[in-house]
Design a protein around this ligand. Structure first.
Ligand code: 7RM
Length: 630
């Protein structure tokens, strides 16, 4: 733990070093890992292409750094504590040795099904330890995993299987979520009518009935039954792909963000230890789902690389009641608790009663991720959960950044409500105006960019490098553009203001407005649609859809329900619009561009001072839209 930062001056000193001598800085951090062969060049980069290589020529396996490197010291320590959806069901604990053996058995099983280094494997699973086993087994044999959130629909799943040409799907029979039992395998079956894979491995969780296709579908417990608990890890190049994770952008279909092995490993462990100030013996809990990047970096890879005990929770915050999180904190004596503002706001609505009666004194650090945290939620979290004594780490980062970019270091960086505060060592932020001019000094606001590579950054978008270049490296020359607006205050602290592109953030889930529009447009009676985000008390942002329809003889109510259903089927329930307004037309400019600014204002509840509408083809449509506001 020599790379641990302990003081503010220590952080400032290391930050300076990481900027003046980035290669020396990261080489020092990387040297504490186990490399089968050390790298020959720490960094090669070109943001024009973009082409970035960290620890080039280095050979390693990330799972050897979780297991073999730590087994002497950590074998009998809990690696994963699993807390089920239903509190009456038993908790499971896997020590580092047990997890290692499970990963090896499943690695052997994957190999016996013909999965080889470089093959893509889709993981569509509930929050059970086997989901982490699946990820780690892929990494162990050099297969590239792509986890798809188990709430996505069959059609969204099929798109991802097809895009990455997956050879196998790892899934479960069903999924317990709150009071519901969700048929996971049935969704896979439906997806596989459109997409195809060689094999499907099904973990038995709910024991519900499923159909198994002969020769293609296999039970998890059967394929591992006779496998050895030993497996020699595949030797990977530092820049070999570790995983693909699909995420939404401002255009059309989701893109496969690609992360590679060496840099991702180094950065997730380093950031985990420093942001959360994890100490040996602590129990750390991140409530994210492994289907999102937060689950990848800060449930699985970061904590396990750091030898931590990571708690995995299958359930939801409000089942069987709104005290569930706090009961789990007490039960497992959780020390670091990392969740999303949307969960905090949802629980805030139940008052403090569900907290009372639970002993939260084990808590040392609270974390926030996924969207801007409003001051009210920050104070509630600080006062009622942290009892005023736990620092809150408001961590800003993205699927593309792989790890936390801007955050306080717990107990070290003085916090300020709603501020992500300062960049981690190695992260060179800059704020640019609309023309791409860098705004220096404090007290400025603009678009957030990063001007120097960091080890866990996106390398490409799977199968379409040009898209990666256009989306992230072309808006501002020589920089990575985040898509977020930001303010740097008079103390030099960063406050993230939210997206400046057509991406909305619903309960911490990223969604492209175009993606939702495409789904709405699949309904046969929809002629055109426009989707915007609007402020939502619990979700942060809600989805507001303006839709032009051929009503036929449908009632508005019927049609709205049908459209919601269509979106649910095409993307998943998380993308269902909160409000749908049937409109006679959309505010378009003469060149045919929808003036979203107006739609956003109406959705927010603004009904006058719409700004300049003179370039609109039909200014009257704005009045009609205001009249029909939901
Ligand atoms: C980790 C994650 C990324 C987008 C990002 C922001 C927003 C995330 C914060 C935040 C304000 C934060 N990855 N975002 N964290 N905004 N403060 N602490 O969420 O790819 O799914 O989303 O989320 O807009 O660009 S993500």
């Amino acid at each position: 733990m020599s790379d641990r930062l302990h003081t503010l001056s220590g952080y400032l000193y290391e930050y300076q070093k990481s900027v003046s001598q980035p290669e020396e800085f990261w080489a020092r951090i990387a040297d504490s890992f186990f490399w089968r062969k050390r790298w020959n060049k720490t960094l090669e980069w070109n943001f024009e292409k973009p082409d970035v290589k960290w620890f080039a020529g280095g050979k390693l396996n990330i799972t050897e750094n979780i297991f073999e490197r730590q087994l002497f010291t950590h074998a009998d320590q809990a690696a994963i504590i699993w807390e089920p959806n239903d509190p009456n069901e038993e908790t499971r604990t896997l020590t580092y040795r047990e997890l290692y053996e499970e990963v090896n058995r499943f690695s052997n099983a994957l190999k016996s099904k013909g999965i080889q280094k470089g093959d893509r494997v889709i993981i569509y699973m509930p929050m059970v330890p086997e989901a982490a086993v699946a990820m780690l087994a892929c990494a162990r044999i050099g297969a590239i995993h792509s986890v798809v959130f188990a709430g996505f629909s069959a059609s969204a799943l099929a798109d991802r299987i097809i895009d990455c040409k997956a050879k196998a799907v790892l899934t479960s029979d069903g999924n317990f979520r709150g009071a519901k039992k969700i048929p996971v395998k049935a969704v896979v079956d439906e997806a596989l009518e459109k997409a195809s894979v060689e094999s499907v491995i099904v973990y038995q969780r709910t024991n519900q009935e499923v159909t198994m296709k002969e020769g293609r579908d296999f039970w998890w417990h059967e394929v591992v039954a006779n496998e050895s608990t030993e497996n020699k890890a595949e030797e990977m190049d530092s820049e070999d792909m570790l995983f693909i994770l699909y995420t939404s952008g401002s255009t059309g279909k989701p893109k496969g963000v690609v992360h590679t092995t060496g840099g991702y490993m180094v950065y997730t462990k380093y950031s985990f230890e420093n942001v959360f100030q994890y100490s040996p013996g602590d129990v750390y809990w991140c409530t994210a789902d492994i289907g999102w990047i937060t689950g990848h970096s800060y449930i699985v890879y970061g904590p396990l690389l750091a030898g931590a005990t990571t708690l995995m929770f299958e359930g939801v915050p409000t089942f069987p009641d709104a005290g569930r999180f706090w009961q789990v904190v007490e039960k497992h004596q959780v020390n670091q608790f990392y969740t999303a503002p949307t969960a905090i706001r949802a629980l805030q609505a139940y008052g403090t009663e569900p907290i009372e009666g639970n002993d939260l004194s084990s808590l040392k650090v609270l974390g926030s991720v996924g969207e801007p945290i409003n001051e009210e939620a920050w104070h509630w979290y600080h006062t009622h959960v942290g009892k005023g004594k736990c620092p809150i780490v408001d961590t800003w980062w993205q699927t593309e950044t792989g790890g936390i970019m801007v955050s306080p270091l717990a107990g070290i960086t003085p916090t300020k409500p709603a501020y992500a505060t300062l960049p981690l060592p190695g992260i060179q932020l800059t704020i640019v105006d609309a023309d791409g001019k860098e705004l220096t000094g404090n007290g400025v606001e603009g678009n957030l960019c990063i001007k120097f590579p960091w080890p866990s950054m996106i390398r490409t978008t799977y199968g379409d490098h040009e898209r990666c270049k256009q989306t992230y490296f072309s808006t501002y020359k020589g920089m990575y553009f985040t898509g977020d607006g930001v303010k740097r205050d008079h103390d030099g602290y960063y406050r993230i203001l939210g997206r400046v592109d057509d991406v909305i953030n619903v309960s911490g889930h990223r969604m492209g407005t175009a993606e939702v529009e495409n789904a709405i447009n699949e309904h046969p009676l929809v002629i055109e649609s426009a989707v915007v985000g609007y402020p939502h008390e619990v979700k942060g942002q809600g989805i507001y859809a303006y839709v032009i329809c051929d009503m036929k003889n449908r009632t508005e109510e019927n049609l709205v329900a049908e459209i919601k259903d269509t979106v649910s089927k095409i993307i998943g329930p998380i993308a269902k619009p909160d409000k749908i307004q049937i409109v006679p037309g959309l505010p378009k400019t003469r060149s045919g561009k929808i003036m979203r600014r107006i739609l956003r204002k109406v959705a927010e509840g603004v009904t006058e001072n719409m700004g300049d509408t003179s370039t609109l083809l039909d200014p009257e449509v704005v009045e009609k839209i205001i009249e029909g506001r939901k």
